[in-house]
Design a binder for this molecule. Structure first.
Ligand code: BG6
Length: 523
């Protein structure tokens, strides 16, 4: 067990973001698609938790929910209250809810109707005056992506995008965009161009909620806030890296969305690519948004292109079948889920072997896997080191010696553990693998904020470090596009593999790594 050490905090590169500097200015957040799940489950609970924090959100902070359904403000407040009670990190407090909810409003808008935006502009001007929001506005796109273009164009046409003079030369307008960001590189580029016609790049915040997770940010602190890891963080010492993002849930009623997305687009293009780039990037020259993102983009550019046969060899896709989970529950197969085509070839599991062609990582494979209906919910980055060059303890059982593994547990049981060999007590020279563990919960004794809390506050503060930049989003599609193209064009006749719920995917995924004489970690 490792305890909290003040020295560790002192060397924290995120220090400039500590709480005393994180006081948001008053603003109005306009959420498009506010009647959807995301607003009730994530956004409002996150905003409420921020309002209950120290320092809290400004009392004048205002939310305007916007969607096509004819809800009243009262109805919207009621639904949001249910969400806060159920999902917020902060405990529900009647008094706080009373003041917080007095700043929540609802407006019905048809997304393609310019007059509705003109009306919205009037509402915002009035609320700005009544509540003292200093002319600051954040527009949050939480609708299906097919509405993004209409909304952004109409925001521009209604004069809601530019930082002035609509606001008498005061205040700013920012745009937060939810995933999926495009369907491939071409559509991501087109969407970026459309957004770019109305908003400047520094007004745009593209969300990948994995970047808001404390433990994901801790990858940077571990690597660049300490001196002992970086000298061995390279091909000389590291044998390979495994990144696992496993979920035990299925598509949970999102079959319609998931059909066009699959594990590759839903998880690999964004969340796994973020974990990969943060693990592999070079030290940035500072902790500014562009320094960090420049280094991440360099990693994406360095991903080794694969020809067709390599892509077919280095990737595995599969769908979950119906079956009994580890808790004894019967669950339907992917093909039986609502909104899923009977002949669907959409993957719910993907694993891939990727290489990064640069000085630090040449010939160090990164094995990635993600899927639904796997045995448990776990996200982990495991750095497996090389074995010692000479086996001094061979006669004493050193053949059994396990390689050192540094594992970064992103969720749950957030923490970091280092596996190494130790002599087991007794006369014989026997070596056993043991773990040195750091656990967030026991070391800091506080629950980390939810990812959306961090990201929403960052957007209010104008800090885009933990949001994806235009070129980053586009480049992150390249690997996924190349895999998809090969699957569609060269592998379309191969029957989709399936896997039992509660297992770690199809056998082919084991083969992918075992062919190289390596094994997936048992998590
Ligand atoms: C979302 C995906 O981006 O991430 C979902 O669309 C997935 O399919 C979710 O379940 C996983 O997020 P988390 O934070 O639960 O790991």
């Amino acid at each position: 067990m490792i305890s909290l050490d003040d020295d560790l905090l002192a060397s924290n590169p995120l220090r400039e973001n500590t709480v005393e500097h994180r006081i948001a200015l008053p603003s109005i957040m306009v959420i498009f698609g506010a009647t959807g799940d995301l607003t009730q489950r994530k956004l409002l609970p996150a905003l409420y938790s921020l309002a209950s924090d120290q320092p809290p959100l400004p009392a004048s902070f205002t939310v305007v929910g916007v969607a096509r359904r004819p809800w009243s403000t009262e109805e919207f407040r009621q639904k949001m209250e249910d969400g806060v009670k159920k999902y917020a990190r902060a405990a529900y407090d009647e008094e706080l809810w009373k003041t917080f909810s007095a700043g929540i409003f609802y407006e019905q808008v048809e997304f393609n109707d310019i007059n509705a935006y003109r009306h919205l502009a009037e509402t915002l001007t009035q609320l700005n005056q009544e509540r003292g929001a200093m002319g600051n506005r954040i527009f949050y796109l939480a609708t299906p992506p097919s509405y993004y273009s209409d909304i952004v164009r109409n925001l521009g046409a209604a004069g809601l995008a530019s930082d002035s003079p609509q606001n008498d030369g005061q205040g700013w307008n920012r745009l937060i965009v939810e995933k999926p960001f495009g369907y491939d590189k071409a559509t991501a580029k087109a969407l970026n161009a459309e957004l770019g016609e109305v908003f400047n790049e520094d007004q745009i915040y593209r969300i990948d909620h994995y970047l808001g997770k404390e433990t994901v940010q801790n990858i940077l602190v571990l690597r660049f806030g300490n001196y002992i890891f970086e000298p061995i963080w390279n091909r000389q010492y590291i044998d390979h890296v495994q990144i696992t993002v496993a979920e035990n849930i299925g598509v949970e009623g999102r079959g319609g969305y998931y059909e066009d997305s699959g594990a590759l687009r839903d998880m690999m293009q964004n969340h796994l690519m973020q974990l990969l780039t943060l693990t592999a990037m070079e030290p940035p020259t500072g902790f500014s948004a562009n320094s960090v993102r420049d280094e991440k983009v360099k990693v994406l550019h360095a991903i080794k292109p694969m020809d067709t046969s390599t892509l077919l060899k280095n990737t595995v896709r599969a769908q979950y079948a119906a079956g009994i989970t580890s808790t004894g529950k019967y669950v339907p197969g992917y093909l039986e889920e609502t909104g899923v085509a009977k002949q669907s070839k959409t993957e719910t599991f993907v694993s891939a072997k990727v290489e990064i062609d640069n000085w630090r990582w040449a010939e160090v494979p990164f094995y990635l896997r993600t899927g639904k209906r796997l045995p448990k919910r776990v996200t982990e980055i495991a750095i497996q080191f090389k074995r010692p060059p000479f086996s001094l303890f061979r006669k004493s059982g050193a053949e059994e010696l396990q390689p050192n593994i540094l594992s970064l547990r992103i969720q749950p049981n957030e923490g970091i553990s280092l596996k190494f060999g130790a002599k087991s007590p007794g006369q014989a020279m026997r070596i056993h693998a043991v773990n040195m563990d750091f656990q967030y919960g026991s070391s800091f004794g506080a629950e980390p904020p939810e990812a959306y809390e961090r990201l929403l506050l960052d957007a209010m503060l104008g800090d885009s470090t933990l949001f994806t930049r235009r070129d980053e989003t586009e480049t992150a599609w390249e690997l996924v596009d190349s895999i998809k193209a090969v699957w569609e064009n060269f592998d379309s006749d191969t029957p989709m593999q399936s896997y039992e719920p509660g297992t770690w995917g199809p056998q082919a995924a084991d083969k992918l790594i075992e062919t190289d004489g390596r094994f997936w970690r048992r998590l």
